[in-house]
Design a protein around this ligand. Structure first.
Ligand code: PRX
Length: 649
């Protein structure tokens, strides 16, 4: 194991678990261990039963085809449409006037779309897309702020049978360009600008930088959000409102095969190139529909708020497809928790009477630091359930969340999963599972997870190991877009037939699972996955840089912060100006989230005899720990020199 995370000290000294509150349990959708027992007996039968909650055009012939691992097929030959499951069937079943999306903008403007209205918008946009030449199987890139049009665009793709690739709005034009090129997108949906803490990010202008080198893009649709001057290229660019004005409100959903691609979502891996994670239609929808219903204890009257951005998998699965397929009311907010004030989220929970709130530990740690006066000024009594996702939550933050936001009456579901898994995999069920702060508790029913050692043997309680998933699950990724080799190599090579998550974990004596973080060269910065190699590639792309090594340093709020050690080309002076230039350069190549917090210039980097950079040593230096085993190091002097340089700073 290469990664060590001191925020997750493992010990067997645990306080008493938190039991589900009595009144919560009484009203919960799942009150006992029946789903666990059922799934244990017959997991395929369990998933088949869950699949029956969806609307099928043709029923499947086989639940799982595992004859060609690691290429699995779920609900073989089943036919369905995702948007019909998220919209039409609710409209037909008495939920037409129920609010599907309640949106509030950063400036306080709001939009409500009922299921009937959302269906009309989606159908109109399908006609628009079709008119612009998009058809089944084409890829559409969506680069947008957190506004309802982003959801409309995603659902319209699924209705037509086009594959969407949503790119996080905070990524840079270069990163957008790479993702457009890799996915060969035909059309881009974007906005003129995005509201960001009182300022406007000129998205269309930035997109233009990306589009200079994106020959596959034939058309661009621009949502006017931030009312900014921008240019429309004749014949290529169109205003959303102009196109939607006369579009027909009817569009028949395409009959899609269970295994037709649904979306590509790029995520960081251990090389400089992001991975295009490919999800398909039926299994994904069954997975997110079931987990959303059970984990968030779905109730008809809920106002459900997941604070993730639509550009990440959490936004896909638990803002769009999970909740809408269950007929939930989803609250969506455009802005950040600290603008215009640090009470913004609590103000919104009070105003819209949010009942379920799902956020990330990094946000919770910021709330903690800002102080209890912000939530205390608001009525949070509508809340009944809290969630956490994206990184390990330290027990201190868990307890703060439980006390100051949940007022000691809301269970917290700490949910572990990945872009690759598509759906929540390890989690409590809030009406059933006793909670231990900091533990993700148990696998979801039907999920077979374990912690194993180097040889693939299950570890003993208290012993650190690698988290693996031992059998296929419906929402699993099917491959990496046009890169089967990397798919097989990344996930299925370590332990044949078993999915390798890349996370370290341990089990306690009750069998509860505790996640320790990544064991590969992937960082988790504020819940966002960033590959060290990606940042290194961005650094060496600069003309002054000879070599770079990037590590994650434990950070109180962000989980990890990015520290880079850089050797410069001969004759280049490592001054303050260059340091800032390099930080900006990474921001430009990837996006602000990848900007290193610290950069150190060093004459050399510590390497093994085989030439591999010893990141562990750099981490130890950055975190000012004793250096462990250095016997494989080629030149111990190098470390001494870096250490001296680091301490002087
Ligand atoms: O290291 C784990 C961490 O986030 C990684 C997945 O990142 P991403 O694909 O961006 O998806 C994030 C949202 C699902 C995992 O490999 N992670 C996610 N949730 C948790 C977590 N670590 C600990 N506890 C969690 N609840």
């Amino acid at each position: 194991m290469t990664e060590k995370d001191d925020r997750n000290m493992f010990s067997e000294e645990q306080p008493q678990p938190f039991l589900p509150p009595k009144d919560f349990k009484e009203n919960a959708l799942i009150k006992d261990d029946k789903p666990y027992v059922e799934a244990e007996k017959d997991s395929l039968g369990f998933w088949a039963k869950k699949a029956e909650s969806l609307q099928w055009i043709n029923k499947w012939e086989q639940v799982l085809d595992d004859s060609n691992p690691p290429y699995f097929k779920w609900f073989v030959n089943g036919k369905l449409n995702v948007s019909a499951n998220c919209l039409d069937r609710h409209v037909e079943n008495g939920l037409a006037d129920k609010e599907a999306i309640i949106f509030e903008g950063e400036k306080g403007d709001s939009v409500i779309l009922t299921y009937r209205e959302l269906l009309a918008e989606v159908s109109k946009f399908c006609n628009v897309l079709q008119g612009l030449g998009v058809s089944r199987g084409d890829t559409v890139t969506i680069w947008m702020p957190m506004i309802p049009e982003a959801v409309v665009a995603m659902l319209a793709c699924t209705r037509i049978g086009a594959v969407h690739s949503v790119v996080f709005g905070g990524f840079s034009p270069d990163a957008l360009k790479d993702r457009i090129l890799d996915s060969k997108s035909k059309l881009l949906v974007t906005a003129d600008g995005a509201n960001r803490k009182g300022k406007v990010l000129p998205m269309k202008g930035l997109a233009e930088e990306a589009l200079e080198d994106c020959p596959s893009i034939e058309k661009v649709v621009v949502v006017e959000r931030a009312a900014r001057d921008y240019e429309l290229k004749d014949g290529r660019d169109f205003r959303w409102t102009d196109l939607m004005e006369d579009a027909d409100e009817n569009f028949s959903p395409a009959e899609m095969d269970a295994e037709d691609p649904l979306f590509i979502l790029y995520s960081s891996g251990t090389t400089g190139k992001p991975k295009g994670i490919l999800h398909t239609t039926a299994g994904y929808l069954v997975g997110v529909n079931t987990t959303h219903r059970y984990v968030f204890d779905h109730r008809k009257a809920d106002i459900y708020w997941c604070t993730a951005d639509i550009g990440w998998i959490t936004g896909h699965s638990y803002i769009v497809y999970g909740p809408l397929s269950n007929g939930s009311t989803v609250f969506m907010y455009e802005g950040t928790p600290d603008y215009p004030g640090r009470n913004r989220f609590w103000e919104l929970i009070e105003k819209y009477k949010v009942t379920v709130f799902y956020t990330a530990p990094t946000a919770i740690r910021s709330f903690m630091r800002w102080g209890t006066q912000f939530p205390e000024g608001h009525d949070l009594s509508s809340l009944r359930l809290l969630g956490s996702v994206g990184e390990p939550i330290n027990p201190e933050a868990w307890l703060w969340y439980h006390e100051h936001i949940g007022k000691n009456r809301c269970p917290i579901v700490d949910t572990w999963w990945q872009t690759e898994t598509g759906m929540i995999m390890l989690t409590p069920l809030p009406g059933v599972t006793p909670l231990k702060p900091g533990s993700v508790t148990n696998p979801f029913p039907g999920i077979e997870a374990d912690v194993v050692d180097d040889r693939g043997e299950p570890t003993e309680p208290g012993q650190r190991g690698f988290l693996v998933i031992k059998s296929p699950w419906p929402a699993m990724l099917r491959t990496l877009y046009e890169d089967h080799e990397r798919y097989e190599h990344t996930y299925w090579k370590q332990y044949p037939g078993i999915y390798f998550t890349g996370d370290g974990a341990w089990k306690d004596s009750d069998g509860y699972l505790w996640i320790m973080g990544r064991v590969d060269d992937v960082l988790n910065v504020s819940g966002h996955r960033i590959g060290t190699m990606e940042v290194e590639s961005a650094l060496v792309d600069h003309k002054s840089v000879a070599e770079a090594a990037v590590i994650g340093k434990v950070h109180e709020i962000k989980g990890h912060s990015i520290t880079a050690f850089v050797t410069l080309k001969e004759g280049v002076d490592g001054n303050e100006e260059l340091l800032n230039e390099l930080k900006s350069h990474v921001g430009k190549k990837i996006g602000a989230i990848a900007r290193p917090e610290e950069i150190f210039f060093t004459l050399e980097l510590p390497k093994t005899r085989s030439g591999k950079i010893m990141r562990r040593l750099l981490r130890d230096i950055a975190e000012q720990r004793d250096l462990g085993d250095v016997t494989t190091l080629m030149d111990p002097q190098v470390v001494a020199a870096i250490k001296d340089g680091y301490t002087e700073k």
